[in-house]
Design a protein around this ligand. Structure first.
Ligand code: BEZ
Length: 210
């Protein structure tokens, strides 16, 4: 059964490179990025894990933890870590789940048998502090993901939650945003006392709230 936006992210216990975890307890009160990669000791995965480690501070600023997964064992992950540090210039600084029995991979539908019967695809789940799934992304094994995009989406969601604004096409942090349609003009006057640019009654543009 696929996991859909708005679902509670299923809880699990697992062994990781930083010791055993209970997922909900580990992320308690934080956002979390749970992502799978196909295999250890593979080139694209090596670059993704190194780059994500470089972004850890950016995720932390946004109260977001990061955790990786593949169907390899924790012992394999540990052996691979030194290669990642050597080639990417950053040590992996977040836990990596070992899932050789595929317990988590199957729960999260990370194995797509018509793509590959054995290995996980490149799944991403962005999960909010209430354990609700807010974003799912699936990439094929041969395409490395853009983790800056995941940060961008996190910024957008946090603005929506806090300020009732949505973000337009190709929005970047600092660009103008859009008042969500569920906010009436009456309510918008309270929320945005500086006013807005009403291009259409349903397209009300405001500077990004700080
Ligand atoms: C990689 O991480 O480089 C990779 C993994 C599986 C298939 C293709 C590429």
């Amino acid at each position: 059964m696929a996991i859909r936006l708005g679902d509670v992210a299923p809880n699990f216990t697992a062994d990781t490179t930083e010791g055993p975890i209970d997922f909900h307890a580990w992320k308690k009160g934080s956002w979390a990025v749970l992502f799978s990669h196909p295999r250890d000791f593979t080139p694209v995965c090596t670059t993704e894990l190194g780059y994500t480690a470089k972004l850890k501070g950016e995720f932390a600023k946004r109260n977001c933890k990061v955790i990786g997964l593949s169907v390899d064992s924790v012992a394999d992950h540990r052996r691979w870590l030194s290669d990642i540090e050597e080639t990417q210039g950053t040590a992996v600084n977040f836990p990596m789940i070992g899932d050789p029995d595929r317990k988590v991979s199957l729960t999260y539908d990370m194995i797509h048998p018509n793509a590959d019967n054995t290995f996980t695809v490149r799944s991403v789940f962005l999960i909010d502090p209430n354990d609700k799934v807010r974003l799912t992304i699936t990439y094929p094994a041969s395409t490395g993901r853009n983790f800056d995009e995941i940060l961008r989406v996190l910024d957008s969601m946090q603005l929506t939650d806090k300020h009732k604004v949505a973000t337009p096409v190709n929005w970047k942090h600092g660009d103008d945003v859009i008042i969500v349609p569920s906010v009436s003009n009456e309510a918008a006057k309270e929320l945005f006392p500086g006013g807005w640019n009403e291009k259409k009654p349903y397209l009300r543009v405001v500077p990004q709230p700080r």
